[in-house]
Design a binder for this molecule. Structure first.
Ligand code: SF4
Length: 232
């Protein structure tokens, strides 16, 4: 289970408090009752958004958080997803969202290893769903970790363009983090966005040889020789 680091540390801190632990437990119970992968992902996203609403409704926080469309530093970092979220992203692609397959392939080759990912250039680390204007192409269906990434202070502190990330202060999204832990604990699999997306793409391709997914798949594997241990 690759629980995102921030959610994991929140869980470790708050797991002994029934008010917080019950959030994680309730997410897991509900997820077990939902059959559709896309619905499960959206259920988690709705819960994360609901808890975040409580926090971001505070007028002071609205002034102090610089995050806005066009500010893309966190979209050049390593993002984790559950298998359900990867399926939801794939659903967006099969419904017309265009992505850079060369970059997806390059990023997925780095596996789950954070240090490998950060060896890529800043441009190569750009999320495949970030458009040229700095907006998320899958905003309504973006992963849960993207929904909890908000800082207090200067947006420039987040950038990893040619430097290490500065000392950023993240907005505490404790209840949403407890939801995320429940989702990851329930997930069949989880990992980095590029790896998981490539994986579900391959699985769909294996099932449906004639679909639009096949042509997407061919665009990835046909583009260049891949290393021996490369797995789509
Ligand atoms: S999915 Fe959207 S919000 Fe998340 S990293 Fe990618 S572009 Fe950014």
């Amino acid at each position: 289970m690759n629980v995102p680091a921030i959610a994991k540390s929140t869980f470790e801190l708050l797991r002994n408090q029934p008010e917080f632990l019950s959030i994680t437990e309730s997410v897991m119970t509900h997820l077990n009752k939902i059959k559709s992968s896309l619905e499960r992902a959206r259920f988690v996203h709705n819960m994360v958004d609901e808890y975040n609403k409580e926090i971001f409704a505070h007028p002071l926080l609205k002034e102090m958080v610089p995050c806005k469309s066009g500010c893309t530093a966190c979209c050049h970092t390593q993002v984790s997803v559950t298998e359900d979220e990867a399926n939801l992203l794939l659903h967006n692609i099969t419904n017309g969202v265009e992505i850079d397959y060369n970059r997806l392939s390059l990023q997925s080759e780095q596996g789950n290893e954070t240090s490998n990912f950060y060896k890529l250039s800043y441009q190569d680390r750009k999320c495949v769903f970030l458009d040229d204007k700095g907006a998320c192409k899958v905003y309504n269906d973006r992963p849960s970790v993207c929904r909890t990434n908000a800082i207090v202070g200067e947006a420039s502190q987040c950038s990893t363009d040619g430097k290490e990330q500065g000392a950023i202060r993240l907005v505490k999204t404790s209840k949403a983090d407890m939801v995320i832990v429940g989702a990851y604990a329930n997930a069949t699999e989880s990992g980095t966005l590029p790896m998981m997306l490539s994986k579900v793409l391959k699985a769909k391709h294996a099932k449906d040889n004639t679909s639009i997914v096949k042509s997407l798949f061919d665009r990835i594997i046909g583009r260049k020789p891949v290393s021996k241990d490369y797995e789509l």
